[in-house]
Ligand binder design. Sequence first.
Ligand code: SGN
Ligand code: CA
Length: 539
Amino acid sequence: MKYYPAILFFFGVFILGCFNNAETETPPNILFIMSDDHAYQAISAYDDRLIQTPNIDRIANQGMIFKNACVTNSICAPSRAVILTGKHSHLNGKIDNHAKFDDTQITFPQLFQKAGYQTAMFGKLHFGNNPKGVDDFLILPGQGSYINPKFLGKDKDTIITGYVTDIITDLTLDWFKNKREENKPFLMMYLHKAPHRAWWPSSEKFAEFYEKEFPEPETLFDDYSGRGTAAKTAEMNILTHMQYMHDSKVRPSTIKEMGKVEPEIVYVKGDGSLMRPSEQGFYRPFGRANKGQKKKYDVTLDKISEDFKTNWPKMNNEQKMKWKFQRYMQDYLATISSVDDNVGRVLNYLEETGLDENTIVVYTSDQGFYLGEHGWFDKRFIYDESFKTPLMIKWPNVIKPGTTSEEMVQNLDFAQTFLEAAMIKVPGDMQGESLIPLLKGDSEKWNRDAVYYHYYEYPSVHMAKRHYGIVNKEFKLVRFYYDVDEWELYDRLKDPYEMNNVYNDPGYKEVVDKLTEELKEIRIRYKDSEELDKSFIYQ
Ligand code: SGN
Ligand code: CA
């Protein structure tokens, strides 16, 4: 009997030794946080002129921030398909928001699940299919709703009362607290709907941000004179295409009372048919709110409508543009403020439980977004604000805190990075590159200097023409096609706002020749072609 304590001690030391040893070999957990349409200009780790995002910044401060991260196709569902399959749109087939996702393809969560990870997904997927490879999920149907959203689940669908950003976080935290199996590493996909149009904040943030005024971008009044047809014909101008009721949240009754105030705009759908804004269910997100919830929005909604009624009749176009820009920023940034608070809740939980020590945390968006640059909202273009996307990754003991990478990395690279980090075999047909050399500071092992981009969704909402191109740190060469055939070249270092297409400037002839050749090569390397393209033509 008297030897028991000693035996227990040695046994304890043995177990601890095994545990420590096991822990160093334990594959890391992955928390993948993605928001929808979150512009890097609206994250203070990138740029603090518009908003402070102290919680999202924590990931950058404790890890690495990528200043040249970009997407392969700047639109929601296609970007998600690229992330999940590690393949360009022309190979995974989800070229635009309308195309069906072929879910017989392997997505990286399936490989994690097979390798023994516990996997979960909460929030916006926007696929039309349920996710494969996740043990637990609750996803929004399509775009989902900001207020009292419906979720699709494995067993049953459910409507949850409240504000979507808070709810997605509650579901994620509930999973961590009550469903996580401690003996397995996890892959958690925590996917926000915010800050997607029509930018409905929580009632508190709506009131708070309505009082703020934001600096305008230098190119708010761009007349597109230095660019081609695509920029001139896109329907994403704040003055011309943003809607007073749907976007700026002037009450429907006020609009009615004032007569005709909305700009005349008709969208062309993917199948070529026309869709008027009213058919998009304008004001619908707010329509889901119950009486008590609506009441909380009333004070701010009344202020907006009062202001509009008094001032709109006196405004010239420049003033209307400025007014709409402020309303846009107030709501867009208010939704981001909620995302930031909620990301903080999840990061706190990881820290409090010590889970953070072996967890890779990623923050990104499905693409960038225009916050008034070139007069625009929305995305789609290869131009910087929508081509680039926020990306920051923290991985304790692997990534040196507070580091920056300027390399050309893409959402195409995520699957391979995560698989390699988890020591899971990467399928040979994935097209990205693991970011792990960059994360470890071995940048000499990274030799990509240009990326490929291809956007398809046209004709469709916002009318951004089809285009493909090649981008390196210095230049961007683009071909717009389908109903035009126009080339553009931008000097990214001399013209960071991309105001002047220098494709026909004789001084850039050598650059054009060299990049045209490289574009041909990169299309071959990634298996894109004119023939493939023809199979993606509508009608
Ligand atoms: C909706 C939006 C568009 C947006 C698309 C695609 N209009 O149609 O502004 O570009 O979604 O967004 S809305 O008035 O209905 O909000 S994506 O992120 O899903 O690709
Ligand atoms: Ca999106």
